[in-house]
Ligand binder design. Structure first.
Ligand code: F6P
Length: 371
């Protein structure tokens, strides 16, 4: 008989649609199948270091499958090995407080911890596993940039929101004969831009994985104008690398797990297009709208499958593992496999070939095709 008396659960890193659906699935299946007490750790590893948690009852996790955000709170400043501590004079010092996590884990008498998060949370989870903590991870990120799983929950929702935004930009772009540049999230990976750009029929898609040249971008926009299509939609990933300047970093914050905050590339691209073509441009930065609100049915289903599997892995003592989607099946994989490297868009991704064949430019063609 599998046993799981006390189970901790936390959400770390940026929020993502579907987190509440995972918490619900973990808690309900552990309560139903193993009579487990669930401890919800507040604000990710930040709360773990600081010893903040409360028990989750069935009523706490009911009626939340459709809610965005996370009922536990989250933080991307909670790396226990790189923890910001504010001194009496207001200065911030980075300290290693990983011992506190181990202490709290023992004091709360946890049998296991379910850590739901992206690459930052997975890296911390792998290090804590090596310190002897029983951890099962659930991958989340709208960016879909984690190896070892075909897809992360949250990505489908972000792509849906970005696609709807492109649809809406199309009508106003064509009415005013403008070039609309839309910046979407994704960090160092172009999955959101590629998927939403393809689904929304963008004329140009710029992603970090495909180096682009300004001339190819200008040519595509000009050719569309010459063919009577007096508007264009450019979908640019926030991590796209502009010729000469590379990726555009909005700010640095050493307290964050990833100190670099990307942003601003759409403004840069729009300015260059206006200067070169004299066409009118407008910029839309979709930002956190891509992460807010209700998850899509796909993300709710994936999140529920991940949560139920995670509880089962914890009860059967399969620690150091992460839930993953392989085809249509959810399976356990070692956490290490997911963090070995980022999953970037490969040059031979079928979405790239399909987009090119309908005339979409990636800013690297010698001759553009009508689209
Ligand atoms: O990783 C998810 C993500 O939304 C990225 O796409 C984006 O670069 C980053 O988080 C934004 O982080 P924050 O919410 O801290 O500004």
């Amino acid at each position: 008989m599998d046993k799981l008396a006390r189970l901790g659960v936390l959400t770390g890193g940026g929020d993502c649609p579907g987190l509440n659906a995972v918490i619900r699935a973990v808690a309900k299946s552990a309560m139903n199948d193993y009579d487990t007490t669930i401890l919800g750790i507040e604000d990710g590893f930040e709360g773990f270091v600081q010893g903040r948690m409360h028990e989750l009852k069935n009523a706490d996790v009911s009626g939340i499958i459709n809610l965005g955000g996370t009922l536990l709170g989250t933080s991307n400043r909670g790396d226990p090995w790189h923890f910001p501590v504010t001194g009496a004079g207001g200065q911030v010092e980075i300290q290693d407080l990983s011992d506190r996590v181990v202490d709290h884990y023992r004091r709360w008498q946890l049998d296991a911890l379910i850590a739901i998060g992206g690459d930052g949370t997975l890296n911390i989870s792998a290090k804590l596993s090596a310190r002897g903590l029983n951890i099962v991870a659930v991958p989340k990120t709208i960016d879909n940039d984690l190896m070892a799983t075909d897809q992360t929950f949250g990505h489908d929702t972000a792509v849906s929101i970005a696609t709807e935004a492109i649809d809406r930009l199309h009508t106003t772009a064509s009415a005013h004969h403008r070039v609309m540049v839309i910046e979407v999230m994704g960090r160092y990976a172009g999955w959101i831009a590629l998927s939403a750009g393809l689904a929304g029929g963008a004329d140009i898609i710029l992603i970090p994985e495909i180096p682009f040249q300004w001339e190819a971008v200008y040519r595509k926009v000009r050719e569309r104008s010459q063919h009577g299509k007096r508007f264009s939609i450019v979908c640019v990933a926030e991590g796209a690398r502009c010729p000469e300047v590379g990726e555009i970093v909005k700010s640095y914050d050493v307290q964050r797990t990833d100190a670099r905050q990307l942003g601003g590339v759409a403004d840069f691209v729009a300015k260059k297009i206006t200067e070169a073509t004299e066409l009118e441009t407008r910029v839309t930065v979709l930002g956190h709208l891509q992460r807010g609100g209700a998850p899509t049915p796909f993300d709710r289903i994936l999140a529920t499958k991940f949560g139920a599997l995670a509880a089962r892995l914890a009860a059967t003592r399969q620690f150091g593992m992460m839930t993953a989607l392989h085809g249509t099946r959810v399976v356990p994989v070692p956490i290490q496999d997911a963090i070995a490297q980022l999953k970037l868009v490969p040059p031979d991704d079928p979405m790239i070939a399909a987009a090119r064949s309908v005339g979409t430019s990636f800013g690297n063609e010698c001759v553009s095709r009508p689209g």
